[in-house]
Design a binder for this molecule. Structure first.
Ligand SMILES: NC(=O)c1ccc[n+]([C@@H]2O[C@H](COP(=O)([O-])OP(=O)(O)OC[C@H]3O[C@@H](n4cnc5c(N)ncnc54)[C@H](OP(=O)(O)O)[C@@H]3O)[C@@H](O)[C@H]2O)c1
Length: 332
């Protein structure tokens, strides 16, 4: 089968597209005919070697997939041949990735694809949607009537945070880097959408939430805690999900006397059961019309997997600003 893989970590040019043996589904696994693969920043960090995971070479890149069950391994209980599925968390913690024609995936990581949802969109919502849900609800304990903020409301995680916070009955503020993306945030349901390049974001957030934010879902790799911590409400919770090399200053005097909490997490630490809770809510909200997958901003064929990662890297790490939301590799 065709696959995009690396034989050693390094730059995007290390990604080769060639033939690898088609895997056999083991106990509890199904073989998925992969149709779409969404890329995430974590794929770049693993491929470059910045995040040191155990990798079995040739290591197939990417975590998020959508496709159709082609074959069912022994002891599978939920899925059958022909089921359309989406999921995440592959290519992590020793598992093989999914940028290939056929992927053997434990059925505990897969969820049914709604009939009207195309595979590229199903793959695009996988890791970012589960991350948004874990942060808002498992860690952030967001409740109806509370107020939340997420920077980057048109981005992968941010666009899911905006919609999920609304679905949960919260007030949600966000920011984006162009007038078009600010408009997109509004169509997703943001109660306040700011342009972080032209608006005085802290002042506008203070007006929107004079008592402060119950939940601050930080998505930036260099968060400015000296600005954000004073904007938390008493008992406020701040999620930190990015910034491996960041060492932000923490204004303690604005933090502990108001019983605030900083909560860091990585979605790949969540168990299959914990991730299924997220996927279950996502599917319900899609059915109810309250959640749409993030925009697929750019697609590449499998043969151009290296260019796809290069393009994502230029945007997420390089800040090129030429991407709206997700990059997806179409496998056929
Ligand atoms: N811990 C975890 O489990 C986990 C899971 C998923 C992601 N992450 C991390 O979370 C981060 C976001 O991931 P993602 O997939 O959502 O990336 P993404 O799609 O590239 O989104 C980044 C967003 O940040 C916005 N942004 C850039 N500069 C900003 C600024 N100064 N103020 C406000 N917003 C700004 C961008 O807006 P514009 O496009 O309008 O400029 C974009 O919407 C990444 O660093 C990723 O590694 C962590």
């Amino acid at each position: 089968m065709k696959a995009a893989y690396i034989e050693q970590t390094g730059p995007p040019e290390n990604i080769k597209v060639g033939d690898l043996p088609r895997p056999e589904p083991g106990p509890g696994q199904v073989l998925v005919k992969v149709r779409a693969v969404a890329l995430n920043p974590i794929d770049l960090y693993i491929r470059s070697g910045m995040v040191a995971f155990p990798l079995a070479f040739p290591y197939i890149i990417a975590c998020d997939l959508a496709g159709t069950v082609e074959q069912v391994g022994p002891d599978c209980k939920r899925l059958k041949v022909g089921d359309r599925v989406w999921g995440s968390n592959q290519g992590l913690l020793g598992r093989q990735g999914v940028a290939c024609e056929f992927a053997a995936v434990g059925e505990e990581w897969l969820y049914p694809t709604p009939a009207l949802l195309p595979d590229d969109q199903a793959s695009a919502m996988a890791l970012v949607g589960i991350t948004a849900h874990l942060g808002l609800f498992r860690f952030g304990r967001l409740k109806s009537g509370e107020t939340a903020y997420v920077p980057g409301g048109s981005g992968g995680v941010g666009s899911m945070v905006v919609q999920m916070a609304k679905a949960a009955g919260a007030r949600i503020a966000t920011s984006a880097g162009s007038p078009e993306r600010v408009e997109l945030c509004k169509t997703l349901g943001a109660d306040l959408a700011l342009n972080y390049k032209t608006d005085d974001v802290p002042a506008r957030l203070r007006e929107f939430a004079p008592e402060g934010f119950d939940v601050w879902y930080e998505t930036q790799r260099e968060p400015n805690l000296e600005v954000s911590i004073p904007l938390l409400r008493k008992h406020g919770r701040m999620m930190l999900i990015a910034g491996r090399a960041a060492k932000p200053a923490l204004p303690l005097g604005a933090f502990y006397p108001r019983n605030c909490a900083l909560l860091g997490f990585a979605m790949f630490n969540a168990t299959p059961d914990e991730q299924q809770v997220c996927a279950h809510d996502m599917l319900r909200w899609i059915e109810e019309g309250q959640l749409k997958p993030p925009l697929v901003g750019r697609t590449f064929p499998l043969a151009a997997a290296a260019q796809a990662e290069k393009f994502l890297e230029a945007n997420t790490v390089g800040g090129a600003g030429s991407l709206s939301s997700k990059v997806v590799i179409n496998v056929d």
